[in-house]
Design a protein. Sequence first.
Length: 285
Amino acid sequence: MDKIVYPILDKYGVPKWVSPFIFSYIKGDPLNAIKRGVSFIDVKRKKGEVTKKNIFLPNGYKFDTSSIAAVMNIFMYSENRVSEVMSGWLSHSAGRDFLAYKDYFSSLSQNDKRHAKAVKNLMEGLGVKPAAVKKEVEGTFNYLEGIESWPERLIASEVVLKRSYSTFGIVFYKVFYAASPEFLRSFVKVFRSEEDSWESNEIQHILKEGIIGKERVMEITEEMLKRFYLSVLAYSGVSKKEKIDKEVKLITEVSMAYPLQFLKESGFDIDVEYEVKRIEKSAKR
């Protein structure tokens, strides 16, 4: 299995820490699972097609446009809500560290507002109308909004939320790009995958200097990831309908693992695979 999987990870630039989740995905039917998984992103020069009712991928899979609309709607809501949350922080809770953080969060709030508009434009281009999201999605951002200290806000939004949602978004982009490149070129800009120097330095300062205790960092991380996981579960009917529930499970676990892996690389003693499973179980209680 290692001889098959690791060259594929290298080919697509997938980090080795993702391998336990991929092994879990392909367990039971290795060759077919690998072929199916790779077919979503290795499209070569093939193109998909978008119609009023369906989206056809280059690998032959057909999705109801309504299913894709539900996913895009979550992205649009998320960007709008993060912009609102950060704007609220700046308006109502100055605090001791306000001056150090205000410019950064002000810029993020404005960027996220633009990103929400970009997703809305994409939806309109595909003939999709915005709709309300489920309460589980709202819960993630309500928790974020209630965090009171600026360093904790940075950890929650930029270490946990950004990494989990961006992983999901980038996979969505890569899978559906061939079907609608004219719209999705702008969509990828929504998911900030690179840190700027201030953000990176400040996060490392917080973690290395113990500005927030490790227990509190893990508490925030677990609470955010629980809510992220419940948000995905709330839409499990969509993935089952489209017969991609195994693939969504894989993406969800990798999305949860990413911020945990970051913390591990920052000096936290974390068994990433164990923590993902533990958080999943805790969320279901």
